[in-house]
Design a protein around this ligand. Sequence first.
Ligand SMILES: [Zn+2]
Length: 288
Amino acid sequence: MLKPGDEFPYKARNGKDRIDVFTQLRKNFCDLWIDSQNATDAFRKAGYSLVNKKTGIPHSDAYVRSEALKTLKYPASQQYIEDRYAEMAKQAGYDAQATLSLLKSQANADPRELSEHVIGACRYCWGENNRYQRTQNEILIAREKFEKELNDWITEHPGKTYDKEFDIMGGIGFDPRKRPNPECCECWGYGKGRTIIKDTRDLSPEGLALYAGIKQTKDGIEVKTNSQDAARLNLIKHFGLITDRIEISDPLVKDLLAMAECLKRQGVSVEQVDKAYEEFMNSKGLVK
Ligand SMILES: [Zn+2]
């Protein structure tokens, strides 16, 4: 574990041996970076001088950012941060493999394991002649009700004939899980939507890693999830797939960025630049 003031040699890019000194300021910077993951912010708060010593003029944002990223990239900084992370993980009782595997599960989980919005058939979709369809039990209950009414009517009207028959309408077989019928004259194939919150007893390890509980809100039940974006970003960072620093080698891009920084410092907006450009082109008789 590195301590403030520790020194160790490393091979510089030009092949010469250099000493990368780990100072108290650098330690402050690394600690702040670990908290915020924002190099510029950490640099500003660490205690480094933010003004030009000779002129007293404050450093530009671009300069501070560049210094901050440089400080972050030093081998001693990287090693200190790595050691701090290892120590924090140890204190929290995490081992690297288990943490990675949890992050992978969160990142790869299918959110539909937790809740789903499904579209099923409406009552008319698959009914005979596009009429109202019922389940077997619904038909049984309706038939019992019809027969009771029939018997009551016969008792009240002795000697008369009841001329109505039980209407089976669209028949038996309603199943809301079926897909809507594109030919349905009631829903026109759009069916009926239902939101389903799944049984959390049946979740896969990925689903469990994503699941963060249930919350009762005034609008109903909300299924809470751990952030998949954060898990993916952490994995990307872990595997070094992206870095904070963008290497700019094109001199034209460098000049443009310097010019943009200069205009920004002078308080010139993009719209003003655009207008000036248009006026210039017009004055020269050139089409934009
Ligand atoms: Zn329908």
